[in-house]
Design a protein around this ligand. Structure first.
Ligand code: C2E
Ligand code: MG
Ligand code: MG
Length: 618
């Protein structure tokens, strides 16, 4: 609308004041023209009306607000033109706007409704027929929208549209307070963390990662009730608050529904992605709970789910808490363990089944904790893997094992036993690994042909290209690669065809029962011939009885390892262990092919290796 020049300045002047004689006073020498201009060009919609609501003057902003031209509004007719949305005169009784700001709904010239907040100032004393009013109005509908939008943004995740942590915390406070007031109530907090989501971002790009999060949020929404609060807590973490549960058992059903969201692959970008997640659950009953400890427990349970192999849910209980505390304390202690000389390498013989000769030793790390005693490697290695500590421990294992193996030349010069060192998957992705291995070989003087590196199949689940490249470089050095714990991973055959290991170590869970279960024996026989067809030496882990040994030899397995021969022994006992296993005498160099192993030569596992205490066992 064109700005029309406001003419009735005489109606406005009193706003600037009158002196005791009633004369017009303009403050600071402001001219009426300037004043008029300020009125005319103000962005605030203003109208001057008399007691009856007749419009005396309006500015352009007012015309814009109500959608009428000034010429239509000003004059007796104008007060009838402007109506509320239910047909009442809009400006009648201006005194009411003096008393309080009011939100009104006016019908605009174009028929639309404008929601405005109106305030008025009186020009002159009230109740006087000559009194006029300046009404100021502003459109609050669009402000309301803005406020609503800002409020929404403050409480929601922009990517997925789910609640954000501020809203979640508020709802949780509310839920707990409600339960406390009601003297009871049962609910749960569920924390879901995507497994290895970084891989999606790194390999497919952040756009695809975002797409996946949006698709996932949709599935999670479908899997939850409208009354539950579903929140994106951070990057790849989601939280769910459920209230009014019938009982703690319902939690399992909810977990199953949530985890069901991950069954089908996600079609994102131009590819299909299989994504899993770990879920930690904290049920709460009645009031008295505090949000911070609920979060902490959900976190603990979620980490326990990760630790147990991901893609699963764990419901928090005191045992979970106790384990987490222990792991935390162990993690602290492990930091200083190496420097304190509490870590050492022990060596378990690898025996050629056909001859009974000790071919090599697997180097197994031991931690003698000052107060807890022996801590199982399964426990402390996995703790180390959660931080960069694994690199320090891994380098120590390589250095110490190669150094010790160098001393075994007394057992046969060139034909001295080799040493087999375990590599953590994380080491395999460490760009420094090859250098560290070379360094260990150089320092010790051990020929690469006497070093075997054991990798597990889980390495195949990561970045194959990077790990393959590393393995090729290790092979070029003349080192052999062994696949450890074969038969319990996911992708055994595809993995084998990628790395063509020189050694395959069959996991002891497959070896167990091979003597009295014909199916197991057949299976093992298949694995052995598969290994042979790949040109690999096949090692059976965990041989504990002469019967198992007997069937493994029949099956054609090459090498055995297990308590039947010996547990892992300290470095100082390696030579005597070899002599004992090999019959205490014979010159090693020959070792008669085909000669039976004398059971008398085998030693039962000694207490020193049987780790006791709370961390013992597998
Ligand atoms: P692994 O590499 O599969 O090692 C074989 C495990 O089987 C060893 O457990 C060994 O003591 C055990 N074992 C050997 N013979 C028998 C038997 O007859 N019966 C039974 N029940 N067990 C037997 P350990 O020493 O507790 O090590 C457990 C795991 O910890 C190892 O499994 C390996 O994955 C890891 N580990 C140990 N030392 C190191 C290390 O220096 N670096 C890395 N990255 N991992 C290590
Ligand atoms: Mg091993
Ligand atoms: Mg193994």
């Amino acid at each position: 609308m064109a700005v029309e020049r406001a003419a009735g300045i005489q109606h406005l002047a009193p706003a600037f004041g009158r002196n005791v004689h009633g004369d017009l006073v303009l403050a600071g020498g402001v001219s009426p023209e300037l004043y008029e201009m300020a009125f005319a060009s103000s962005v605030t919609a203003m109208a001057v009306v008399d007691v009856a609501g007749t419009v005396l003057e309006v500015n352009a902003a007012f015309c814009d607000l109500v959608g009428h031209r000034r010429s239509v509004l000003v004059g007796a007719f104008g007060s009838r033109v402007l109506e509320t949305d239910d047909g009442e005169p809009a400006l009648a009784d201006p005194e009411r706007f003096v008393l309080a700001r009011r939100v009104v709904r006016w019908r605009r010239g174009d028929g639309a409704v404008v929601v405005a907040e109106v305030a008025a100032s009186r020009l002159g004393p009230g109740g006087n027929a000559r009194t006029s009013y300046v009404l100021c109005a502003r459109d609050v509908a669009s402000e309301d929208e803005l406020v609503a939008q800002l409020t929404y943004q403050a409480f929601h995740d922009p990517l997925t549209g789910l609640a954000n942590r501020v809203l979640f915390e508020d709802r949780l406070d509310h839920a707990l307070a409600r339960a406390a007031r009601a003297g009871g109530g049962c609910g749960a907090v569920l924390l879901l963390d995507l497994d290895d989501f970084k891989g999606v971002n790194d390999t497919l790009g952040h756009h695809v990662g975002d797409e996946l999060l949006v698709a996932l949020a949709g599935r999670l929404r479908d899997a939850t009730r409208a009354s539950d609060t579903l929140c994106r807590f951070g990057g790849d973490e989601f939280l769910l608050l459920v209230e009014d549960l019938d009982g703690p058992r319902e939690v399992d059903q909810i977990a199953a529904r949530l985890m069901g969201s991950f069954t089908l692959p996600f079609e994102v970008g131009s590819t299909s992605v299989i994504q899993h997640a770990s879920l930690g659950i904290v049920p709460w009953e009645s009031g008295g709970e505090d949000p911070a400890s609920l979060f902490a427990r959900a976190d603990t349970a979620m980490y326990e789910a990760k630790r147990l192999g991901k893609g699963r849910h764990v419901v928090f209980d005191p045992d979970v808490h106790e384990r987490a505390v222990q792991r935390f304390e162990l993690a602290q202690d492990l930091r200083g363990a190496l420097a304190a000389g509490e870590l050492s390498m022990h060596f378990q013989p690898l025996v050629k089944l056909a001859t009974g000769r000790v071919e090599g030793f697997e180097a197994l790390m031991r931690w003698s904790h000052p107060t807890r005693g022996a801590v199982a490697p399964d426990v402390f290695i996995s703790i180390a893997e959660e931080s960069d500590l694994i690199f320090e421990l891994g380098a120590f294992a390589l250095r110490d094992a190669t150094r010790r193996a160098m001393t075994w030349t007394v057992l046969g010069g060139e034909r001295a036993p080799y040493v087999s060192v375990n590599l953590s998957t994380r080491q395999l992705y460490d760009p420094n690994l090859v250098r560290i291995v070379e360094d260990a070989l150089t320092r010790s003087g051990l020929p690469p042909s006497r070093l075997v590196l054991e990798v597990t199949e889980s390495a195949a689940l990561g970045d194959l290209e990077a790990s393959n490249h590393t393995m090729q470089r290790l092979v070029q050095l003349g080192i052999r690669i062994a696949v450890d714990d074969f038969g319990i991973g996911y992708s055994s055959l595809s993995y084998l065809s990628l790395i063509y290991p020189k050694v395959i170590k069959i996991d002891r869970s497959l070896v167990r029962g091979c003597d009295d279960d014909p199916d197991r024996a057949t299976l093992l026989e298949g694995v052995v011939s598969l290994g042979h067809s790949l040109g690999a030496v096949v090692v059976a882990e965990g041989i504990e009885t002469p019967e198992q040994l007997g069937s493994l030899r029949l099956i054609g397995c090459d090498v055995g390892q297990g308590y039947l021969f010996s547990p892992a022994v300290p470095a100082a006992d390696v030579v005597t262990t070899v002599r004992r296993i090999e019959g205490g005498s014979s010159p090693r160099a020959g070792g008669e092919p085909g000669a039976p192993c004398t059971p008398a030569g085998y030693v039962a596992p000694v207490g020193s290796d049987r780790r006791g205490g709370v961390h013992g066992g597998h």
